[in-house]
Design a binder for this molecule. Structure first.
Ligand code: PLP
Length: 437
């Protein structure tokens, strides 16, 4: 009842009084109030509409409030709203089967978690148990989640204040626009990044390294699509040194790139795949680890020291089953690929020709980034003040953007129509034209 008639101002006041927010200084926050959504649209408490060009945290791949998924969650809630992970439950088993239908060949089982961070946490634990080794190698340009090992495996600035656990080593992943290797082209970037990784492995002592953990396409770090052969090269290094390869598909997986999994574009088969977000568009929190044959065999007769009260929670599982069905029936992955090829890639290239402030555009499917720079020569990242102007301009024009450092991540839901994608690009165009520096 108290919710009736609440305005944006009321909701924000209540939030600021009692809600402690992620990754922020609490005293300076001014959150956007959001009341409801449908498809790619959101509404605030004053009835104002937004086109969601963020997919929230790049997770609502099927858009907001898909009626079949909402109905499946409601039906499951009516039958059994929760169950212990040790019991066999049909919805959970079906969800695992449906997830594995999109895994590389040889993947047999899924360990369900609450989200992406604990998916990585448990994948790391499996790799450590399997190899009897301790160290995890991961990239500086990465985000793997907010729990113990996942945040220390993360490369970005959020790792450093949380770095209490040992056994993590970082390396530079390829990023040709800002090459660490003085590369002349993508092929050289690939070769040199692989040489660097080999030297890190050799210098750390291969017999101490349990896993290499990599986002197939680093997302939060800037949608860094790797050179074509990089992941294949990492796989070869992992094989050579007996290291478990974990690909983190939490953001890139389940449709975002125009493939069911981002790894489908890279001719690579990892040992473990972690997922969350798009698997059920976040309607109920869920994540998991897909486990390949060799690790499955190992755990057939070795105890797995890991578990969660809500592993395979029935509401999350019902949401997974319905989401994956809907994605196939409505060809949502194909839509993401088509929108990427026909609208976003050419549209962003056009913007790059028109606006000097764009240093680079990159991406695929509905997973793109625009990198903004003070000038193209120095490639110095555009200032926070200018990025703030761009974000505000887009919000004022009714488009909710995903802004990270000096980048706009162009990440609408996978169901986005060509018209909606064009609308978002037009607002980015206006925001860049209006930029005062
Ligand atoms: N891995 C990647 C690649 C992510 O992008 C994220 C979240 O953004 C995570 C892991 C952590 O997922 P969660 O926030 O669901 O724990």
């Amino acid at each position: 009842e108290r919710l009736q008639g609440m305005t944006n101002q009321d909701v924000k006041q209540l939030d600021r009084a009692h809600v402690f927010h992620s990754w922020s200084t609490q005293g300076t926050l001014n959150p956007l109030a959001i009341k409801s959504g449908e498809g790619c649209r959101l509404w605030d408490f004053d009835g104002r509409e937004y086109l969601d060009f963020s997919s929230q945290l790049v997770n609502t791949n099927i858009g907001h409030q898909h009626p079949k998924v909402i109905a499946a969650i409601q039906a499951q809630a009516a039958e059994l709203a929760t169950v212990a992970p040790a019991h066999a439950n049909a919805t959970r088993s079906l969800a695992a089967e449906k997830v594995l239908a999109h895994a590389p060949k040889g993947f047999e089982k899924v360990f369900f978690t609450n989200a992406g961070a604990d998916a990585n946490e448990n994948a790391i634990r499996m790799a450590r148990a399997y190899t009897g080794r301790d160290k995890v190698l991961s990239a500086y340009r990465s985000y793997h989640g907010n729990t113990g090992s996942a945040i220390v495996a993360t490369g970005d600035f959020r790792r450093v204040p949380n770095e209490y656990s040992r056994g993590h080593v970082h390396f530079f992943n390829p990023y040709f626009y800002r090459t660490e290797f003085w590369s002349a082209d993508e092929a050289e970037e690939c070769q040199r990044a692989l040489h660097h990784l080999r030297r890190v492995i050799e210098s750390e002592g291969p017999a101490s390294i349990a896993a290499i953990l990599l986002e197939t396409i680093p997302g939060t770090a800037g949608v860094l699509v790797p050179p074509k052969d990089y992941l294949k090269g990492v796989r070869a290094l992992a094989d050579e040194f007996g290291i478990v390869l974990i690909l983190d598909e939490v953001m890139a997986g389940f449709g975002r790139t125009g493939q069911w999994l981002a790894l489908d574009d890279f001719d690579v088969i990892p040992d473990l795949v972690t997922f969350a977000k798009g698997v059920n568009s976040g309607y109920v929190p869920a994540g998991g680890v897909m486990i390949s044959e060799a690790l499955n065999r190992y755990f057939d007769d070795h105890f797995f020291y890991g578990g969660l009260t809500y592993s395979g929670h029935p509401l999350a599982m019902a949401a997974i089953c319905a989401t994956l069905d809907v994605m196939a029936e409505e060809q949502i992955v194909e839509n993401a690929a088509r929108i990427g090829q026909e609208v976003l890639t050419p549209g962003l290239q056009r913007l790059a020709q028109q606006h000097e402030v764009i240093g680079e555009v990159r991406g695929l499917g509905v997973f793109h980034a625009i990198e903004l720079v003070e000038d193209r020569q120095s490639r110095q990242p555009l200032s926070d003040a200018a990025m703030g102007q761009i974000k505000q301009h887009m919000l004022d024009a009714g488009v909710l953007p995903f802004v990270a450092n000096n980048r706009i991540h162009v990440v609408p839901p996978c169901i986005v129509s060509a018209e909606e994608a064009q609308q978002g690009l037009a607002v980015i165009d206006e925001a860049l034209s209006a930029l005062k520096r």
